[in-house]
Write a protein that binds this ligand. Structure first.
Ligand code: NAD
Ligand code: TYD
Length: 339
């Protein structure tokens, strides 16, 4: 089997590629990534020399080069991670999110249809379901109610996948996962941002009252779930993936500070994110029951390993915290203190 992984230079994609080439040495991975600000070849160090791995720089919106890649490498399946992924950036500028997440997905679906690929897995998110109150969980039957431009673009892509399955019989499957944490996450997202700020004794900016709830899953548990869906999932189906591990943002931040022996006085409450979803929680009974997937990472262990990974890999994030990141950070956070 030859799997085209789109977006494999990002956080989850690079973890997936690393996991997959080892778990399936007889398969080949062709990693296709545009290398946006979030794509990073440093995430893929050590892979280039493997006989079952190739990297090609390309934009998923450009159908013709993707078709050539599929032909050249005799691709049989496709897993799509490629996306613009940060909610805050989607508030600053939604257009790129529509371009890559919607138009790009449609281009990939066309390629999958034209070359009769055996499987197409769309990596989606629990954010397509919107926000929960204090109780309940998202199931695969929960109506889509995306609230941010990011979530709306991901929901649109999901609907295109289901439409291609219904109309053309395309063997598409969708995964909807909760918040991931682990190594190689771009430090615009909550956990790596807070770890790096704590390491630098910089204020830790918490949006609103800090009581928004996310369900955290280790990235390798997500990778294993996608592998299970790719191998055994039923086409046309959606699979929720979650860690059953809900945390208020403030508690995650305190945990990071405590682990790094930094004072809680570094916490800085800032103006809330526009349209900030209050709570996400995932019911992943279906994938557990039907595909036998269960998370293997205990959060206490996973978060400590993650904090240690960022502490030890200064060279990795040192190269990121320059240029574009500095301008983004200024635009997002300067003058935002004291909500
Ligand atoms: P990321 O931002 O770290 O990586 C995205 C990757 O996609 C980057 O390598 C980037 O260069 C690439 N890319 C962007 N536009 C592209 C284009 N037009 N053509 C080719 N490549 C392009 O994102 P991530 O956190 O690894 O998320 C991966 C996927 O998982 C996304 O689809 C996201 O919606 C989904 N997801 C993420 C989370 C999470 O917690 N991070 C949770 C659930 C689902
Ligand atoms: P994030 O990592 O951006 O993921 P998502 O919004 O997709 O869930 O944010 C996780 C939570 O952390 C979310 O409730 C917003 C909050 N947050 C902050 O409080 N401060 C920050 O600087 C960031 C980036 C996020």
């Amino acid at each position: 089997m030859t799997v085209l992984v789109a977006g494999g230079a990002g956080f989850i994609g690079s973890n997936f590629v690393r996991y997959y080439v080892q778990a399936h040495p007889l398969d080949t991975i062709v990693n296709v990534d545009k290398l946006t600000y979030a794509g990073n070849m440093d995430n893929l160090i050590g892979l280039a020399d493997l006989p079952n791995y190739r990297f090609v720089k390309a934009d998923i919106c450009d159908q013709s080069p993707i078709e050539s890649i599929v032909q050249e490498f005799s691709v049989t399946s496709l897993v799509n991670f490629a996306a613009e992924t940060h909610v805050d950036r989607s508030i600053l500028g939604p257009a790129e999110f529509i371009q890559t997440n919607v138009m790009g997905t449609q281009a990939l679906l066309e390629v999958a249809k034209k070359f009769s690929l055996h499987r197409y897995v769309q990596v989606s998110t629990d954010e397509v379901y919107g926000s929960l109150g204090t109780t309940g969980k998202f199931t695969e039957q929960t109506h889509l109610h995306p609230n941010s431009p990011y979530a709306a673009s991901k929901a649109s892509a999901d609907l295109l996948c289901l439409a291609y399955h219904h109309t053309f019989g395309l063997p598409a499957l969708i995964t909807r996962c909760s918040n991931n944490y682990g190594p190689y996450q771009f430090p615009e997202k909550l956990i790596p941002l807070m770890i790096l700020h704590a390491l630098h004794d910089k204020p830790l900016p918490i949006y609103g009252d800090g009581k928004n709830v996310r369900d955290w899953l280790h990235v390798l548990d997500h990778c294993r779930a996608i592998d299970a869906v790719l191998a055994k999932g039923k086409v046309g189906e959606v699979y929720n993936i979650g860690g059953n591990n809900e945390w208020q943002n403030i508690d995650i931040v305190k945990l990071i500070l405590n682990r790094l022996r930094k004072p809680e006085s570094l916490i800085s409450f800032v103006k809330d994110r526009l349209g900030h979803d209050r709570r996400y929680a995932i019911d992943s009974t279906k994938i557990q029951r039907e595909l036998g997937w269960v998370p293997q990472y205990d959060f206490d262990r996973g978060i400590v390993e993650t904090i240690e990974w960022y502490t030890a890999n200064q060279q990795w994030w040192g190269r990121i915290l320059t240029g574009e990141y500095q301008s983004y950070y200024k635009m997002m956070y300067e003058g935002r203190e004291n909500a």
